[in-house]
Design a protein around this ligand. Structure first.
Ligand SMILES: Cc1cc2nc3c(=O)[nH]c(=O)nc-3n(C[C@H](O)[C@H](O)[C@H](O)COP(=O)(O)OP(=O)(O)OC[C@H]3O[C@@H](n4cnc5c(N)ncnc54)[C@H](O)[C@@H]3O)c2cc1C
Length: 415
């Protein structure tokens, strides 16, 4: 071992590996409490803040719940996002493309002003990066890949691809669904292929979306038209079409006019004619859940802990809830003088988050299986079920409050 290898070059209170939306939000939460944080990401540059949320919408978007919005407001990121581009939706319409069932949800029925916003991922990340630039205790290091993780005398040591070593009592992996850090920490993951690949693109429709998020469940998988408003024009939607790998391959290879025809037919032309205005991308959908979220001096958050089918738009919302809870536990421990990597504190974080994430993963599986069947009894039950839910306003209110993130004891930063 060389001398440099024995002596870490820099020490922090928390090292966060992965500066996507989830890791950046955690760095902002901790930085606002003056915790010394290193936020490391392999991507070479920050998001080009002067370009995002302008012109044609970016292809990757997220449906953010009102609970996630409150967190981002607290981080002083939301007002900049709202000034760039966020599209509120007050209604959701879900129907069975193979039967007659249909259910509508409104913000009014849920007792809230809005059900959520569709926001481009780049807009969220750029807003968080702007907030981080104001926090003197957060060192953002881009173009830095973590290649190793070890136990050190005072916690954990991470090795970087440029040969440097950093140490901290707590290392948090926010390094995405394939999480190299999860593997380095030896945490097993339960993964199962959903059998779906998501085809993602942006369309312009003949009629405006009217602030409604729409989703049709077809036997091959769900197709979502998520509303986007561009300079006051409501005729844009972000598309997430989950389907079989073969079908996805065929769809992305089509010319824009061909894909538009397929989208229009599958969506029953509910918004009239469809024009595809961006390229189409195929994203494989695997659900994963880490067997446990924590080890001494180590925690998983966001997609590194769980990756979920996007049919209910929950992924990043669950990740933001993870970091709100973890930051709360870290700050309590810090005030009490408890070491930040202390396993009892980390277990409290895991206990508060794992059940909620597991329930959501199971629910997504249930939806996918229920709607992916041609079994006549299940089809009938599905249609009767949707019609029944549609008539039961108190049940709808309960379901909506779950979907918009109002579940259990929320961390203070999200209340
Ligand atoms: C088609 C689709 C639609 C979706 N729609 C929604 C939606 O509507 N609503 C919603 O809530 N969620 C949605 N999601 C889920 C959401 O996109 C993810 O949950 C979210 O992007 C995860 O963020 P993250 O920060 O955890 O991980 P990531 O965004 O994957 O970030 C991980 C970061 O870690 C970095 N990294 C990785 N390895 C290393 C390393 N060794 N060293 C340094 N850096 C490293 C990477 O460069 C990357 O920047 C959708 C997902 C898909 C696929």
């Amino acid at each position: 071992m060389t001398e440099t290898a024995q002596r870490p070059t820099a020490h922090y209170e928390v090292i966060i590996v992965g500066g996507g939306m989830v890791g950046a939000a955690l760095a902002a939460l901790l930085g606002r409490a003056e915790v010394a944080v290193a936020l490391l990401d392999a991507r070479p540059e920050p998001v080009a803040a002067d370009r995002v949320g302008r012109g044609l919408p970016a292809m990757r978007v997220s449906a953010l719940t009102p609970v996630s919005q409150r967190l981002l407001e607290g981080l002083e990121a939301w007002s900049w996002m709202a000034e760039r581009r966020v599209t509120p939706y007050r209604f959701m319409q879900v129907w069975d493309g193979e039967g007659s069932g249909e259910v509508g949800f409104s913000a009014e029925q849920a007792g809230v002003p809005l059900l959520g916003h569709i926001v481009e991922n780049d807009v969220i990340l750029a807003a968080l990066e702007r907030s981080l630039a104001e926090l003197p205790t957060v060192a953002v290091q881009l173009g830095t890949r973590v290649t190793g993780l070890e136990a050190g005398p005072a916690g954990r040591v991470v090795e970087l691809d440029d040969g440097r070593r950093l140490s901290a009592p707590l290392v948090v992996a926010a390094d995405g669904a394939l999480s190299p850090l999860r593997e380095m920490a030896g945490i097993p993951v339960h993964a199962h292929d959903t059998g779906h690949v998501a085809v993602v693109t942006t369309v312009r429709t003949e009629r405006g979306h009217g602030g409604v998020a729409r989703q049709v469940f077809r036997e091959s998988g769900p197709l979502a038209f998520l509303p986007l408003t561009v300079d006051g024009d409501e005729r844009y939607c972000s598309i997430v079409w989950s389907t079989s790998p073969e079908e996805a391959e065929r769809l992305v290879a089509l010319a824009p006019e061909g894909l538009a025809r397929e989208l229009q037919a599958a969506f029953e032309a509910r918004l009239g004619a469809v024009e595809v205005v961006d390229r189409a991308l195929a994203v494989p959908l695997t659900q994963r859940h880490a067997e446990h979220y924590v080890a001494p001096g180590f925690a998983l958050v966001g997609d590194a802990a769980h990756s979920i089918h996007p049919l209910a738009g929950q992924g990043v919302n669950l990740g933001l809830m993870d970091v709100a809870v973890l930051a709360e536990e870290v700050l309590v421990a810090r005030r009490r003088g408890i070491p930040l990597g202390e396993v009892r504190m980390l277990v409290r974080y895991a206990r508060r988050r794992r059940g909620d994430n597991a329930a959501m993963l199971a629910l997504m599986d249930g939806f996918r299986l229920l709607f992916g069947t041609r079994h006549p009894t299940l089809t009938l039950a599905r249609n009767l079920g949707l019609a029944g839910v549609d008539r039961l306003v108190p049940l709808k209110r309960l379901l909506m409050r779950q979907a918009i993130g109002e579940r259990g004891q929320l961390p203070v930063s999200c209340r």
